[in-house]
Design a protein around this ligand. Structure first.
Ligand SMILES: Cc1cc2nc3c(=O)[nH]c(=O)nc-3n(C[C@H](O)[C@H](O)[C@H](O)COP(=O)(O)O)c2cc1C
Length: 222
């Protein structure tokens, strides 16, 4: 698959088959992704690759904690963005399409809670990735890790695998820290599901729209 096709065909999968992903394939993807660029080449990424018993324990402990400590649905690092247009509309459009495909009615709190909880089961993907960052680094390093994540997502796609980046994993971080022994000087910033998407699940048919080029690019000097 060429790079354009990988970019075009990548989607966030939210239902996976149980088919295991061989360790060699995961290693190959990460070997490629570690070639990602980073400001002054500091390579601020660290990823915990989670499968088998540890993945099952992480899922069970986060989901149990979530029931008893719903207020822990917050990141450890500051997240101060304001909810405003045009972002809220784009978010609502996505939510409407996704919950429509899942058959979840607007206002059905219980179904919403359950569906959001699917993040912590990595949507049943056999492999979960948890990304952490040194607490002393700033926003530029968050950009670097985003690039690392995109490299993983594209390399995975090119190998017939699917992914879903999951900011949801920066919630309930105390549990993730404990289960994976994440050092205290690092934030848990994001997760990612990795596996083979279940094409029979309607939610994986979701094609999230994009703004047209004139809305996102300003050309100068042409
Ligand atoms: C940094 C980041 C965090 C995300 N967090 C979540 C998440 O927690 N749960 C989820 O279902 N999707 C999550 N997504 C997926 C986005 O909703 C998705 O990328 C967007 O709607 C565009 O759709 P597409 O990836 O299918 O093209 C995340 C994506 C990114 C880049």
């Amino acid at each position: 698959m060429n790079i354009d096709d990988a970019i075009r065909n990548r989607i966030s999968a939210r239902a996976f088959k149980p088919t295991p992903v061989p360790l060699e394939l995961i290693t190959e993807i990460l070997e490629l992704a570690r070639r990602s660029p980073s400001g002054t080449n500091i390579q601020p990424w660290h990823v915990h690759v989670v499968a088998g018993d540890v993945r099952a324990r992480l899922e069970a402990e986060v989901l149990a904690h979530r029931e008893t400590h719903p207020d822990d649905a917050v990141a450890e690092f500051p997240r101060t963005s304001k909810r405003k247009e045009p972002y809220t509309s784009r978010m609502r459009t996505l939510g409407k399409a996704m919950y429509g495909l899942l058959g979840i009615a607007k206002g059905d709190q219980a179904a919403n809670w359950h569906q959001w909880g699917r993040n912590y089961a990595f949507f049943d993907a056999p492999v979960g990735l948890i990304f952490t960052i040194d607490k002393d680094l700033d926003a530029m390093s968050f950009l670097d890790i985003g690039m690392f994540m995109q490299s993983i997502m594209l390399a995975a796609k090119a190998r017939g695998l699917d992914t879903c980046a999951q900011g949801a994993w920066n919630n309930y971080w105390s549990v993730t820290r404990r289960v994976l022994n994440v050092p205290d000087d690092r934030y848990v910033i994001c997760g990612m599901s990795l596996g083979y998407a279940d094409e029979n699940e309607p939610v994986n048919g979701l094609i999230a729209g994009r703004e047209p080029l004139p809305a996102i690019a300003t050309f100068h000097g042409f």
